[in-house]
Design a protein around this ligand. Structure first.
Ligand SMILES: [Ca+2]
Ligand SMILES: [Ca+2]
Length: 149
């Protein structure tokens, strides 16, 4: 039996949710970029280490307190965000590999070696309960960074 067209589309409309399914999947904190191959030769100077970074973004309409959240690479090297590291709605935060004075828009991991492999790696961010919130992987040597959005 063929349904009249109007009835068929009405039935279809009931099956399609008003909000696309993928909208609910956008993480509260999104890894937007991994700049893994620091500009120039990788000679481990602090400036070169800080040329390596990951940027994250608060996709929600609320300020998120990142205290206790962590950023990890595939090996398991981990940066844990400190107390009162607040990220405003829509705000971005850059995590640089080397040493420096951390603030509201940039924090420093404090490492003396690179963390983001130039060939392939996985950046992942977990909340204070160690639950995975977002991850971004790459496996290219053709560019120096990966846009994860
Ligand atoms: Ca380099
Ligand atoms: Ca690594």
């Amino acid at each position: 039996m063929r349904l009249p067209l109007v009835a068929a589309s009405a039935a279809l409309a009931m099956l399609v949710p008003a909000v696309p399914a993928h909208a609910a999947a956008v993480p509260a904190i999104l890894i937007t970029k991994v700049y893994y191959d620091s500009p120039g030769s990788d000679l481990r100077s602090n400036a070169s280490l800080n040329g390596e970074y990951v940027t994250i973004k608060n996709t929600t309409r609320k300020t998120i307190d990142l205290a206790g959240w962590s950023l990890r690479d595939k090996t398991g090297y981990q940066y844990t965000f400190g107390d009162d590291q607040l990220l405003a709605p829509g705000g971005k935060l850059t995590v640089r590999t080397g040493q420096g004075r951390s603030g509201t828009s940039t924090v420093y991991w404090g490492r003396r070696a690179y963390v983001w492999n130039n060939d392939a790696d996985v950046a992942s961010i977990r909340n204070r309960s160690a639950k995975l919130v977002d991850s971004c992987s790459y496996d290219s040597t053709r560019v120096d960074y990966k846009n994860c959005e």
